[in-house]
Design a protein around this ligand. Structure first.
Ligand code: 5AD
Ligand code: SF4
Length: 445
């Protein structure tokens, strides 16, 4: 039996790609093992979004060098696509380098390795295919990812993704809906639709659904209780998406709409294709929705040329939108991206200073926002139990983390009774900057 070990770095798309890679390998007689030592094949599905993420991958490759003498080592994902054959030079113990646009050819590439090829690559980005597999390994039995669109056609000046994941390819709505129905039939109740830019989804079949139409259809699938999606690009975000969320409570009231900067001049240098005002118009749609929609974002500080006044605009935007949470990053120089050529790069110290200011300001906003939930009853989809704090954990439709106690089931019962995967109303009694705490309001039925 051929045994493989896989480690995944990076975003949810990578996590889900790995699930599909695992399904592909298991379908061909491989079995997955939990440690590199047990494996014949070591796979690393990698991320290159920032320099630190990429360094982590190369550190891992150095670490495993000695232990991988009789093993095949493969590098998949964004570092593979970005660095290509250079990886063989930096890490000669690697024999497979393949980007996500080539995963359909993985079985073939593995056969090449088995038949003695020392170095095999899958680096072409010229594809119209999506990576759809007959079997996907999913570890969580309640929540599933579902890809609707791959690749990215934007060209943000700081970003490697258009180069690492290739051009946009949408799946047919029939195939997406089939998978959603299959997942529901298997007992999944929450699904997250994935794509680098889900808003530019365009059904390639004659049905021709756009993203909001697809969302409405998925919201009708029997058995699903929550549908999420990520990630959205403001330029392609239309009001119809909010209308769809307003119409159907199955569609979660949470939108992740990365703004990156609050300054129109920086947005233009970033090639984001919208102004501060256009972005805020979309935020207004959300704020005027019938449902209370949680809004989250990504922020980059210290983009080349970001002045104090530009940075101030970002802080002002945080105050204006009052996000439920944000991911914030220092700008990181990436190979082959237009921003590398820009002048006026900021020092690390200045970027760190700005990052701290953003994070402190946002922490305060979250503290204030979350305090509004105290006293409310929120439906929580339960993820598990934390033995250290003796609390159950889960998420609201708005994707807020809730820790709570349960008077009748203080911990998972030894006989197996557990709340994992169920939905429960929880009375919120306390709040902090990143989570809410409370007590289950009733027993599950
Ligand atoms: N430097 C810093 N952050 C980046 N991101 C993407 N590229 C870079 C970069 N070069 C951030 C963006 C994006 C998120 C996934 O990562 O905020 O939305
Ligand atoms: Fe990292 Fe971006 Fe690739 Fe995801 S798509 S793995 S975030 S570089």
């Amino acid at each position: 039996m051929k045994k493989f070990y896989i480690e995944t770095f990076g975003c949810q798309m990578n996590v889900h790609d790995s699930e599909k890679v695992i399904g592909t390998l298991v379908g061909r007689g491989y079995s997955q093992v939990e440690t590199p030592d047990e494996a014949d094949l070591l796979l690393y599905n990698t991320c290159s979004i920032r320099d630190k993420a990429e360094q982590k991958v190369f550190n891992r490759l150095v670490e495993i060098k000695k232990r991988s003498r009789d093993k095949v080592v493969g590098v998949l994902g964004c570092v593979a696509q970005q660095e290509g054959e250079k990886i063989f030079e930096r890490a000669p113990h690697v024999s497979l380098v393949a980007g996500s646009a080539s995963y359909n050819r993985l079985p073939e590439m593995l056969v090449q390795i088995e038949t003695g090829h020392r170095r095999v690559t899958g680096l072409s980005l010229e594809t119209e295919d999506t990576f759809e597999v007959p079997f996907t390994r999913r570890d969580n039995p309640h929540k599933a990812f579902l890809t609707i669109i791959e690749g990215c056609d934007k060209s943000c000046a700081y970003c490697v993704v258009p180069m690492t994941r290739g051009p946009e390819r949408s799946r047919t709505s029939a195939s997406v809906l089939d998978e959603a129905r299959r997942l529901a039939a298997e007992g999944y109740t929450e699904i997250t639709l994935l794509g680098q830019n889900v808003n530019s989804y365009r059904d390639p079949s004659p049905a021709g659904l756009d993203f909001a139409q697809l969302l409405r259809r998925i919201g009708q699938v029997d058995g699903l209780r929550r549908v999420r999606f990520t990630t959205s690009h403001p330029r392609d975000f239309v009001k119809d998406i909010i209308d769809a969320i307003d119409e159907n409570p199955i569609l979660c009231n949470h939108i992740h709409l990365p703004v990156q900067s609050g300054s129109t001049s920086i947005l233009s240098r970033m090639q984001r294709l919208y102004t501060r005002e256009e972005y805020l118009r979309r935020i207004n749609w959300m704020k005027n929705a019938r449902r209370d929609i949680a809004i989250t974002s990504d922020i980059i500080v210290g983009f080349p040329g970001e002045t104090d006044a530009d940075f101030e605009q970002t802080l002002r935007l945080l105050e204006e939108v009052r996000y439920d949470s944000i991911f914030s990053f220092k700008y990181s120089q990436r190979p082959n991206t237009p921003a590398l050529q820009y002048e006026d790069h900021l020092t690390e110290e200045e970027k760190s200073r700005r990052l701290t200011i953003v994070q402190e300001r946002q922490r305060q906003i979250q503290l204030e926002r979350n305090a509004n939930y105290v006293g409310a009853i929120e439906e929580v989809h339960i993820d598990g139990y934390n033995r250290a704090t003796r609390q159950w954990l889960g998420k609201t439709s708005q994707h807020k983390q809730v820790c709570f106690t349960h008077p009748m089931l203080p911990e998972p019962a030894s006989g197996g009774a557990t709340l994992e995967g169920t939905y429960l109303p929880v009375r919120i009694t306390r709040s902090g900057p990143v989570s809410l705490a409370g007590e289950a309001a009733v027993l599950p039925n």
